[in-house]
Ligand binder design. Structure first.
Ligand code: ZN
Length: 328
């Protein structure tokens, strides 16, 4: 694989910026052991995790978790999907991956008979928008930040994934756009949509189900996992930290918080995530200021205290170190 991380010019040969294919597969719950045991026998050496995760979605199981009021979450393929049911039709926050359509359809039917009428994209990434086209085809109107439509409308390359996304088909594009804030009233609930200044990308939004006191924070939070940061479309470690601070500030101990990836959680877990980001950033920044190259910083293991708890998903400690290094 070529070096896939932007802005790590000090060490162009470093492997630290690469996604671990093995971790990615594990993370997606592609239980498919056959894929796992010897991924290189199935995939070309430079296969992007995007291809792998799409393939994984074809068999991924979807777990349905009822939260509070008429809000549930579907966990298991791509980003977590929040679902609000009711007479106005189902509202989904995030569309996951198209290959999971049969299992998502089944999961949605298990909640209620309401048709899907509304879809919100938390940001433009494929594991949250890939299903836009089919959900639109069954009747969903798509709402998103204007930058989500912008990135979906054109060829967009993500260096960290070593992948260029072609423009999405017309039916997949969000048609209800907003820049800063938007409020929806549906199914007896009030939904407050709010744009984050650039964090994980430049298109991240949160959705608060105000009556149920549930907050979906998109990929500004990966619960229990080092997060991806997409420098190619406006993300940065400092933006990610600011978003984490904002998330902590706006919830109480009673708020149910839905992360983009990982299990549904709470305020204390948001605080823990924020503190991890700050700590790793401080360590990496101090090392970089000493003039150390990316390889030298990785060798110093600035994530060592966190690897066991946070490094078991898509992003391991080395990759996260590279993502932070790129932004300090
Ligand atoms: Zn994302």
């Amino acid at each position: 694989m070529k070096n896939t991380l932007a802005k790590t010019n000090d060490a162009p040969d470093s492997k630290a910026g690469h996604f671990s294919r093995r971790r990615f597969l594990s993370a997606t719950g592609v239980a498919a052991a056959a894929v796992w045991l010897n991924p290189r026998s199935l995939f070309a050496d430079d296969t992007s995790p995007v291809i792998i995760i799409r393939q994984a979605a074809a068999t991924a199981k979807i777990n349905v978790q009822k939260l509070r009021g008429n809000v549930s979450v579907l966990v298991g393929s791509g980003g977590n999907i929040a679902v609000l049911t009711g007479r106005d039709g189902k509202l989904l926050m995030d569309a996951s991956i198209t290959a999971s359509r049969p299992r998502i359809t089944e999961a949605l039917a298990s909640l209620s008979a309401d048709p899907v009428k509304h879809l919100i994209n938390s940001h433009w990434h494929f594991d949250h928008t890939d299903g836009n086209e089919w959900l639109h085809s069954v009747g969903a109107e798509i709402t998103a930040h204007e930058n989500t439509r912008k990135h979906l409308s054109t060829t967009t390359r993500v260096e960290g994934w070593n992948f260029a996304f072609p423009p999405a088909p017309a039916g997949a594009l969000p048609t209800k756009l907003f820049a800063s804030e938007e409020t929806l009233h549906l199914n007896g609930a009030t939904l407050a949509l709010k744009y984050y200044p650039p964090a994980h990308t430049d298109s991240d939004i949160s959705v608060e189900f105000t009556d149920a006191d549930i907050l979906h924070v998109a990929d500004t939070w990966w619960n229990g996992h080092f997060p991806f940061i997409d420098y190619s479309t406006g993300g940065s470690i400092d933006g990610a930290i600011r978003a984490a601070e904002a998330n902590v500030a706006r919830v109480t101990d009673k708020t149910i918080v839905i992360p983009g990836h990982g299990p549904v959680g709470n305020k204390s877990q948001l605080v823990e995530f924020h503190d991890m980001l700050v700590s790793v950033r401080e360590k990496v920044s101090a090392l970089k200021q000493q003039g150390k190259s990316l390889d030298e910083v990785v060798a110093a293991k600035p994530t060592a205290d966190y690897d066991t708890k946070w490094g078991g998903y898509v992003i391991d400690g080395k990759t996260f170190t590279a993502l932070v290094y790129a932004g300090v």
